[in-house]
Every structure is written in C-alpha cells, then in structure tokens.
Write a protein that binds this ligand. Structure first.
Ligand SMILES: *[C@@H]1O[C@H](CO)[C@@H](O)[C@H](O)[C@H]1NC(C)=O
Ligand SMILES: *[C@@H]1O[C@H](CO)[C@@H](O)[C@H](O)[C@H]1NC(C)=O
Ligand SMILES: *[C@@H]1O[C@H](CO)[C@@H](O)[C@H](O)[C@H]1NC(C)=O
Ligand SMILES: *[C@@H]1O[C@H](CO)[C@@H](O)[C@H](O)[C@H]1NC(C)=O
Ligand SMILES: *[C@@H]1O[C@H](CO)[C@@H](O)[C@H](O)[C@H]1NC(C)=O
Ligand SMILES: *[C@@H]1O[C@H](CO)[C@@H](O)[C@H](O)[C@H]1NC(C)=O
Ligand SMILES: *[C@@H]1O[C@H](CO)[C@@H](O)[C@H](O)[C@H]1NC(C)=O
Ligand SMILES: *[C@@H]1O[C@H](CO)[C@@H](O)[C@H](O)[C@H]1NC(C)=O
Ligand SMILES: *[C@@H]1O[C@H](CO)[C@@H](O)[C@H](O)[C@H]1NC(C)=O
Ligand SMILES: *[C@@H]1O[C@H](CO)[C@@H](O)[C@H](O)[C@H]1NC(C)=O
Ligand SMILES: *[C@@H]1O[C@H](CO)[C@@H](O)[C@H](O)[C@H]1NC(C)=O
Ligand SMILES: *[C@@H]1O[C@H](CO)[C@@H](O)[C@H](O)[C@H]1NC(C)=O
Length: 769
C-alpha cells in the first residue's frame, strides 16, 4: 500500500487536481503508515510531511519533495525507525506526537505553547500556530542536512550530513555557521579547530546567518536581513532555472561531506548547481577513515588501506582500516626489528602531529629509526626531517606530484608485519591510467581569445603531465586578463609576454595563461619538445606547466595559478615585514627548486632570470620558481655564448657582460643576490638610503660581514645569529664575480641546511679580472 501511495503521489498534476489547497491541519488529525493518510501535503502538493518508508518495513517522520522523494528534514533522526503500527497525531491538547505502536510516545515538535493548528507550507516548512495564528514552532528552525528557500542557518547552528545515501541518521560531517562569521565544514566528530576544517567560506568578521533566497543565492545576512556577502554569485547560473517560480532550490550537506546546492525543477529532475569544496571529494577530511586514503577517479571517491592495513569492514570502505598483522611484544629499542619491515610510499601525507621529530640526512635513517621504535608505526621524511607517528593515521591523502618535492624528498614509511606485504595489493600506485595522447592544436580561436578577453572560447590545448589524475580535460577555458601586473612576475623588462587568468573545468581550477612574445623563430616541433621537457619537471618549488597551445607563431603556456603573488611583492611591497623564519624557509625552498633545475631533472635547465618577481607563492606560501626553461626558447643553444644579455639588471652575473660561456653558475649568482634581498627585505640596488655605502646591498652586506655587524642588515630580527651568519656567508659565496669560486646549488643547499660547514668568503669582487 505504501507503494501505491507513492505511485499516486509521484504525479504532481494529479495531486493538484484531486487535492485542492488544504485547510490548516486541525487538532485531532492523525497519520498512519500504510494508509492513504500517511502524509500531509503542502497546498501545491510539492512537499509532504509524514511517514517516509525506511528499509523494507520501517518508517520515519520526515518532510520530503514529493516527486523525487528527496528527504529535506527528519524528526528525531537518530531514533530507530517505527513500524507500520505507528501513529502521528496533532493531539487535541495541541502537541505533535509520534506513538510507535508499542506504547511509547515521542514529541515531534517541541513547541513552547499549545498549538491550535498546523500547516505544511509550500516552502517545505511545517509550522505550528497558536490560537492567535502566531508561529510557535517550525521545522525551518531545526534544520537537519538541508536548507530550503527562505530558510536560514543562524550563527552557532550547524547542518549534519546523512550517514549514507540510504540512512538518514546523523552522519560523519557537519557544516557550521560559526559565531565569527565563517562558514566551515568539519568532520562531525571534531571540535572547531582549524586543523580539522576542510573548507571555509573565509567570511570572518561580523556575525551573520546563512540564507538561501528564492533564486538560489546563498548569502550571509546580518540581523536586519541585509545581504553582506554571497557564497555563490555565479552569473552563469542557468537562467532557465531562475525564470518563473517552478524551481525549488535546496542546499544540502550530502553524506559524502560536500555541501551542494541543487535546483529541483518540478518535472522530476534534480540538478547540481554548486559544490563546496568543489571538485574533488577527497578533499573532505575524514572521508576515508583512519589508516586509509582517498583517490578520486571519474568523479568517484574511493578509499584504500595503507600498506599493512585491511578494511575494518570490507562492505563499508569509508570506515577505515586496521592493522593486518599481530603486534609483537616490545621491550625496548631494536627489540622488534626482527618482527617488522618498513615499506615506503610516495606522494602521501597525513595529519602532521608526530610524537617525535628529528633532523636526519637520509631517508633510510628515518626508516630504521621508526623500525627500531616500538611506538612508531609510520614516519614521514620531509625536507631532511624525520617525523615519527603512532596509530591511527588520520586524514591521509595523496598529494599531487607537483606538491611534492622532486623525487623522493617527501616519503612516508610504514611498519608492516611479516605477511602484510603479500596481502597488500599495491595501493601506492592508484593512478595507473596513461595520460591521454598529447594533442597538437590547430584552433582558429586562439588569436581571437587573446584580443577579446573575458569571452568563453573552446580551446584545444595539449596537456602535459604524468598522472591523468591531474590532467585537465580538453575543455572550455575562460580568460580574463590579469589586472594586477606583477602577480606572475612579468611586470618588468625581460618578460616573455602577457599573462591571463583563466579557469579550467567549469571554473574549478584557476590557471595562468601566458602568451609568449618575442620568440626566436623556431619550428613547432622544437617548441613542443621544449614544452615537454618543461612539463616533465615535477618539483614542489617549481610552478607547474599544465599545458600549452601552439598555432602558427602563437604560443600559449598554461600554468597552475599562484594565489599569493610574487616574492617580490612580499618582500619589497608588503606592509608587514615577512617573518624571519618564513624568509629562511623561502630561501631554502628557492635553492631546492634551482638545484632540481640544475641537477635533478632530465636535461639540466639554466633559468637565466632568477629574481624575486619570478618566484611565486602558492596558497600555502610555498615558494615556486616560474619561467624556467623559457630562456632557451628566446636564446637557443644555451651552452654557447649568448649574444645579448638576458636577465634583469641587479641580478645578472658579471660573465653576461664578458662574452664568456654561461653556465649554471650564472643562476647561482642571481640566487645569491635574491638570498640577500630576502634576508634584508630590500632591493639589491636601493637609491633612497641614508648612507651611500648602502646603495648596493651586496657590497654593504660584505662590509657588515667583515665588521661583524650583520644585525644592521636585518634590523635585529634574526633570532639565531648563527643562522643569519651562515646565510650571509652562503650569499657572499654565491655572488663571487669569478664563476668557479661560486658553489654549486647542491653545496648551497647543504650549507643552508647546516649539513656542511661554510668557509669564510672572500670579497665578492676581489678576484675580478
Ligand atoms: C505495510 O506495508 C509494508 C510494505 O509496504 C508491509 O510489509 C506491511 O505488512 C504493511 N503492514 C500493514 C499493517 O499493512
Ligand atoms: C524543548 O525545548 C526546551 C526549550 O525550548 C528545551 O529546554 C528542551 O530541552 C527541549 N526538549 C527536547 C526534547 O528537545
Ligand atoms: C543508520 O546509521 C546509524 C549510524 O551509522 C546506525 O546506527 C543505524 O543502524 C543505521 N540504520 C540503518 C537502517 O541502517
Ligand atoms: C538522507 O537519507 C534519506 C533517507 O534515506 C534520503 O532519502 C535522502 O536522500 C538522504 N539525503 C542525502 C542528502 O543523501
Ligand atoms: C569520535 O570521538 C571520540 C572521542 O574523541 C572517539 O573515541 C571516537 O573514536 C570518534 N569516532 C570516530 C568515528 O571518529
Ligand atoms: C536573491 O538575491 C539576489 C541578489 O541579492 C537578488 O537579485 C534576487 O532578486 C533575490 N531573489 C529573490 C527571490 O529575492
Ligand atoms: C546590516 O547591514 C546594513 C548594510 O551594511 C546596515 O545598514 C545595517 O545597519 C546592518 N544591520 C545590523 C543589525 O547590523
Ligand atoms: C508562481 O507564479 C504564478 C504566476 O506567475 C503565481 O500566480 C503564483 O502565485 C506563484 N507561486 C508562488 C509559490 O510564488
Ligand atoms: C525538466 O526541466 C528542465 C528545465 O526546464 C529541462 O531542462 C529538463 O529537460 C526537464 N526534464 C524532463 C525529464 O522533462
Ligand atoms: C639499535 O640498533 C642501531 C643500529 O644497529 C644501533 O646503533 C643502536 O645502538 C641499537 N640500540 C640498542 C639500544 O641496542
Ligand atoms: C610471523 O607471524 C606469525 C604470526 O602471524 C608469528 O608467529 C611469527 O613469529 C612471525 N614471524 C616473524 C619473523 O615475525
Ligand atoms: C622483511 O623483508 C625481508 C626481505 O624481503 C624478508 O626476508 C623478511 O622475512 C621480512 N621480515 C618480516 C618480519 O616480514
């Protein structure tokens, strides 16, 4: 009979005919599952309140969209379902009560006063009124996982997801409208701490509530219902959806932890409009449980156990994983070495809260340190530091190749028992797909786009990348000329051309599109070979080239977009001086990036234009070098003498002016200058200084070094005098006029890391020819 009921209800037209707008629900009215009185419909028949079937014979009390049977509100969602003997009644003494058929009664609407009548409104709101027709209770005040049009999420309140697609009980994620104004997504079982958050609106400031209006806009409103900001303000929102009043918008925190806005058109279709976080469900912290990680293929998140672990419940893969071997008894250091082995995985990170951190020079050392330590179950080796971790491992995630250090600088080690490796089916290679074949372009639109920006255009581009996972489908690129010059470091002479901001994947991924100008004449094949060489570079401290286009003489390069601008802006332009420790970190990051270009990638690349404007900062303020590999396109044959000077005044090595071959040492020189600039937060050449000897930073730095007055350089900021002195010494070695005196980047990194000692540098220009 329930089945019949729904067949009947799923035709709204019929309802509209046979059920004229309802009078209010009177006291004494009841609903029964398995009957024609299983629900109260709203006047138009779009929403229903009543018994909703759960499983084969259970029911729960809910409000749902009739034609798609989408539940938008649930009463007492964590109670077990009731049987078909249950009864829902608006009692004569003005209460809405559920009797479960076994003699238990439960209040559905905890109203402050006696109700006189109730009403299921067309907005999806169930309302109880007193005798003055004032609202005394409404379901809109008690949202579960969904906001409907006209509904608010007040400050301090939260939505909780479903526990699964078919289970309405409280799930694993929550969306909180915080009192500080920020709308934040967290795993349900956490406190409001930043490390647990996986998405935030960033609207911190004033207290406000989240509101969904009737045209599908989610806004932050202050207490006088003034829209302060919008969460979605996409003009590309389907106009059809907004026309008329047929569309029902709802914003739901789905069981997978993603907050989505849907448009429901009253013909049985539900359309997804926006998602937060957008794109990859694996960004949802805790989507996969303890000791497991998430991969995202074909729009489908999947959980995989780490090496040495099996699913707790193979039918519920999101529940997490447990050790698949017995724990050996452990009495002290080295005691358990015989019982375990270590296995390594790349491109994996987990929540960073090690119980022990130590500097180590070799990965193997870190691996052994964990093996020998009874409490260590995993170790993360990153940038020369070994971090030991106990179980469980939380928020394990794969990281993009481009986020990781070049080859093996981020590696995790896991302790495994004697059988686990054979049981374990190679989960560290979950991206086996081949990249799609590189496509050469021939699209007439290219020139047009460049001229007419902010226009949609279909653009075929070749994608470069190793894992298909991070490749962008050939698709629609949307361009907007970057207003802020300098955001990509191209505001000075010596730049390669205009830069545009673009978006891929329907705006999900921002990119920077660079149009090369002033190219030396060159065939398409050479250009493509060069692009592929650049595309093969993968290093945490290099800006990633995602793709390119070549047609005729037009050349476009598509890079990942760097949100935090250039290092130049940061150290020369910023209001607040960048923190000393951040500067030290950035200096090391740049050195690692250059080292990779010089020694670690397939064909060594001389950058030729290292300067703060070419170092870009990503959202996590990691420094990334841009524009590498391009010098060759402008000056073929790097090994020979260059005819003109490339690079930028103040940063170029003296040999550029001397008609002698340029080597990687030219970059070392520029790095030395940049290092000094980072340390001192000023340009190498600064005319507006009080003392003439301070005009040229490199000379002044040497003077301060010799006279032991290094603190003058950094305004007494450096907390560790030795670090400061070492860094200045490294810089002075790098800016030696004589290329052979300059260290290699490898030595620079070792010296900066404190691994090798640093000799006293001579005067940078004393050996000059
Ligand atoms: C109610 O309906 C369910 C399935 O639709 C059926 O299994 C059950 O026997 C029915 N109960 C009564 C009392 O009719
Ligand atoms: C009902 O509401 C009152 C205050 O309005 C609250 O103190 C009480 O805990 C609520 N009861 C239930 C069962 O929610
Ligand atoms: C729904 O999920 C909750 C919590 O995960 C669980 O306790 C309950 O048994 C589930 N209900 C059904 C019908 O599967
Ligand atoms: C929540 O669970 C209910 C009941 O199974 C289901 O109808 C509804 O679609 C679920 N909602 C979401 C957002 O998954
Ligand atoms: C929730 O938190 C409690 C206390 O921190 C913890 O014991 C429990 O394992 C957590 N449950 C899940 C599913 O994370
Ligand atoms: C929703 O908000 C937008 C922006 O303020 C406004 O243009 C639109 O008219 C609003 N819709 C309704 C139905 O109020
Ligand atoms: C809401 O914002 C509007 C515009 O900023 C302002 O005029 C109004 O006073 C604000 N209301 C409250 C209660 O802050
Ligand atoms: C929808 O629009 C029609 C006419 O355009 C109007 O009569 C009707 O009241 C509207 N319905 C709602 C719920 O706004
Ligand atoms: C429902 O309406 C939308 C918008 O008018 C339309 O795009 C879609 O094709 C319709 N679907 C069906 C099944 O009629
Ligand atoms: C554990 O083994 C390492 C390497 O073999 C050794 O250096 C260390 O002294 C050992 N520790 C103890 C307590 O035996
Ligand atoms: C391997 O595991 C078994 C039990 O699973 C244990 O008895 C045995 O000692 C282990 N062997 C080694 C070398 O750890
Ligand atoms: C560790 O690995 C070695 C070499 O693969 C193997 O011989 C040994 O049995 C393994 N030990 C354990 C405890 O699995």
């Amino acid at each position: 009979m329930t089945f019949l009921l729904f067949t009947f209800l799923s035709s709204p037209a019929t309802i509209a005919q046979t059920q004229p707008p309802k009078p209010p629900i009177q006291l004494g009215t009841s609903l029964f599952p398995n009957s024609t009185h299983a629900s109260w419909l709203s006047p138009s028949g779009v929403f229903a309140f009543g018994f909703y079937p759960q499983g084969s014979s259970g029911f729960f009390v809910a409000i749902w969209l009739v034609d798609v049977k989408t539940v938008v509100w649930t009463a007492n969602r964590d109670d077990p379902p009731v049987t078909s003997n249950a009864r829902l009644q608006l009692t004569t003494d003005g209460k809405l009560v559920l009797s479960d058929g076994q003699g238990e009664e439960k209040v559905i609407a905890n109203a402050s006063a006696k109700a006189s009548f109730a009403s299921m409104l067309d907005s999806g709101n169930l309302v109880l009124y007193n005798k003055d027709s004032s609202i005394i209770w409404q379901s809109f005040d008690h949202p579960t996982d969904t906001l409907l049009m006209g509904q608010s999420l007040p400050a301090g309140d939260q939505l909780f997801s479903n526990s699964s697609r078919i289970n309405h009980s409280t799930g694993r994620f929550r969306l909180k409208m915080q009192g500080d104004g920020n709308l934040v997504l967290y795993p349900a079982n956490t406190t409001d701490t930043r490390r647990d958050a996986y998405w935030a609106s960033g609207t911190v400031g004033t207290k406000h509530h989240l509101y969904l209006n009737h045209t599908g806009l989610l806004s932050f409103r202050n207490s006088s219902n003034f829209d302060l900001k919008f969460l979605n303000n996409d003009p590309s929102l389907d106009n059809d959806l907004h026309s008329g009043n047929q569309t029902i918008f709802r914003a739901t925190l789905d069981f997978d932890g993603v907050f989505r806005l849907y448009a429901h058109v009253n013909n049985g279709s539900d359309k997804k409009i926006c998602s937060w976080p957008e794109g990859n469900t694996c960004e949802v912290k805790g989507f996969c449980g303890f000791n497991s990680f998430c991969t995202f293929n074909d729009d489908n998140p999947e959980c995989h156990c780490l090496a040495g672990f099996d699913f707790i419940d193979p039918s519920k893969e999101t529940l997490g994983c447990k050790r698949n071997f017995a724990k050996a008894e452990c009495r002290g250091e080295n005691d358990s070495v015989a019982f375990y082995n270590m296995t390594s995985m790349y491109n994996i990170l987990w929540e960073d809260h090690p119980y022990f951190k130590v500097v180590m020079s070799w990965e193997e050392e870190c691996s052994f340190a964990c093996l020998a330590d009874c409490n260590c179950w995993g170790a993360l080796y990153e940038g020369g530091t070994c971090k030991k971790q106990g179980l469980p491992l939380r928020y394990v995630r794969r990281i993009k190749g481009s986020d990781a250090y070049g080859d093996s600088t981020v590696v995790v080690f896991l302790k495994v028992g004697n059988n686990s490796l054979t049981n374990w089916k190679g989960n560290d290679k979950p991206v086996p797909k081949q990249p799609p074949p590189i496509k050469t372009t021939g699209n007439k639109a290219i020139g047009h786009i460049i001229v007419v920006t902010t226009v949609f255009a279909l653009l075929l581009c070749a994608s470069i990348g190793i894992s298909s996972h991070y490749m962008y489908k050939i698709g629609v690129l949307r361009y907007k000329r970057l207003m802020e010059t300098g955001i990509l470091g191209l505001n000075e002479g010596g730049s390669f051309g205009a830069v545009y901001k673009g978006a891929l994947n329907k705006g999900r991924r921002l990119v920077a599109v660079k149009r090369l100008e002033k190219l030396v004449e060159e065939g398409e094949r050479e250009f493509q070979a060069e692009m592929r060489a650049i595309g093969k570079t993968h290093h945490r401290n290099l800006v990633r080239l995602l793709g390119f286009c070549a047609e005729g003489s037009k050349r476009l390069l598509v890079y990942e977009y760097m949100t935090n601008g250039s290092l130049g802006n940061l150290i020369f332009g910023a209001q607040r001086r960048l923190d000393w420790n951040d500067r030290v970190r950035i200096a090391l990051e740049i050195a690692r990036g250059i080292l990779y270009l010089h020694e670690e990638c397939e064909a060594p690349i001389i950058h030729c234009d290292i300067k703060p404007q070419n170092i870009l900062m990503d959202e996590f303020s990691t420094a990334k070098i841009s524009d590498f590999g391009l010098a060759k396109l402008l000056m073929p044959d790097q090994t020979r003498t260059f005819t003109g000077v490339r690079g930028t005044r103040g940063y170029v090595a003296p040999e550029w002016h001397k008609n002698i071959p340029i080597s990687v040492k030219a970059d070392v020189y520029s790095y030395g200058v940049v290092l000094l600039e980072i340390l001192c937060c000023r340009r190498n050449i600064e005319v507006n200084v009080s003392v003439p000897e301070e005009v040229l930073l490199s000379n002044w730095a040497y003077k301060c070094f010799v006279t032991g007055q290094l603190n003058k350089l950094v305004l007494w900021e450096a907390s560790d005098k030795n670090v400061l002195e070492n860094m200045v010494k490294v810089a002075l070695w790098c800016i030696q006029d004589e290329p052979v005196l300059r260290p290699t980047m490898k030595s620079v990194v070792l010296m900066l890391e404190g691994i090798t000692d640093i000799a006293i540098p001579p005067c940078p220009n004393s050996n000059s020819m």
